[in-house]
Design a protein around this ligand. Structure first.
Ligand code: ADP
Length: 243
C-alpha cells in the first residue's frame, strides 16, 4: 500500500510540472562509509547537490574519488550511511528496498561503461526486452522501440546484433534500452570511457537530443575533459567531496 502511495506521489508531482524546470533530485549531506577489513573507509563526505528537470550534469574526478558510489546512491543501487536523497519529492533515503526498487524500475534508466547488452539479441530485441521487463503493454512495443532506435540514430541497424555493431553503436543501443520505459532520470557511469573521441561526441549529441525530445534529466560520471562543455553543471569530486 505504501508503494502505491509513493507511486501516486511521483505521478502527481509530474502532473504539476509546467514549463519551468522543477527540481528532480535533491541530495543533502550524504555520507557513505564502507567497512574494509574492519576499518571504516569514508567514501562520500557530506555531498550536497540538486538536479533539475532536463539538465545534463556531470560528476568528474579521479578514479577512487567516489563518483560511482554517489551515482549508485542517486539511483538507489547503494544506500547512504547518512543524509537525504529526495527524488521528485519522495524521500528515497527512508524508503524500504522494495519501494525504492519500484521507483527505480519505473522512473530511472541506467547506462554503464561496458554497454551491457544481451549478446544474442538484435538491437531491436534488446530494446524490446527492456519494455517487456518494465511491464509496458505489448501493443506499445513496436512504436516505442522504433522511436527509441531512431532517436539514437540506429534506424538502419535495428536488426544487427551487438557483435555486428561498433562500440559507439552498441552504446547507442544501450541508451535506447535505458530510455524505452520513459524514465525521468538517466544515470550513466562513464558512458564514453570505452569510446574514441569522435564516438564520445556522438554519444553526447544523443544525450542532448533525448533531453530535448524525451524531457529526461541525465547525471553521468566522466574523467574525459573533452566532453565537459556540453554539461549544464560539472561537479568536481576529490576524495569524497565536491571542490
Ligand atoms: P570512482 O567512481 O570515482 O572511481 P568509487 O565510488 O568507485 O570511485 O570508489 C570510491 C572508493 O570507495 C574507492 O576507494 C573504492 O575502493 C571504495 N569502494 C567502493 N565500493 C566499495 C565497497 N562496496 N566496499 C568497499 N569499498 C568500496
Amino acid at each position: 500500500a505504501i508503494s502505491k502511495e509513493a507511486e501516486q506521489d511521483v505521478q502527481q508531482q509530474s502532473a504539476l510540472s509546467d514549463d519551468q524546470p522543477r527540481k528532480l533530485l535533491t541530495v543533502n549531506q550524504v555520507e557513505r562509509e564502507f567497512q574494509v577489513g574492519g576499518t571504516p573507509l569514508r567514501v562520500l563526505k557530506g555531498i550536497n547537490m540538486e538536479l533539475k528537470e532536463r539538465e545534463l550534469v556531470m560528476l568528474r574526478g579521479r578514479s577512487g574519488s567516489g563518483k560511482t558510489t554517489l551515482l549508485n546512491s542517486l539511483g538507489g543501487l547503494d544506500t547512504p550511511s547518512s543524509g537525504e536523497i529526495w527524488f521528485n519529492g519522495l524521500p528515497f533515503h527512508s524508503m524500504s528496498d522494495d519501494e525504492r526498487t519500484l521507483v527505480r524500475r519505473k522512473h530511472m534508466g541506467f547506462i554503464f561503461q561496458a554497454f551491457a547488452l544481451m549478446p544474442l539479441l538484435s538491437a531491436w530485441e534488446n530494446v524490446e526486452l527492456s519494455l517487456r521487463m518494465a511491464g509496458t503493454g505489448r501493443s506499445e512495443w513496436k512504436e516505442r522501440v522504433t522511436h527509441c532506435l531512431e532517436l539514437v540514430g540506429l534506424e538502419k541497424r535495428m536488426h544487427h546484433r551487438p557483435f555486428e555493431l561498433s562500440g559507439g553503436e552498441q552504446q547507442r543501443v544501450a541508451i535506447a534500452k535505458a530510455i524505452a520505459h520513459k524514465p525521468m532520470l538517466l544515470l550513466a557511469d562513464e558512458p564514453t570511457a570505452e569510446l574514441d573521441s569522435g564516438m564520445s561526441a556522438q554519444i553526447m549529441a544523443v544525450f542532448q537530443n533525448i533531453i530535448r525530445t524525451e524531457q529526461v534529466t541525465i547525471c553521468m560520471t566522466t574523467h574525459d575533459p573533452t566532453i565537459l562543455e556540453v554539461a549544464d553543471h560539472v561537479y568536481e569530486m576529490v576524495d569524497g567531496k565536491f571542490v
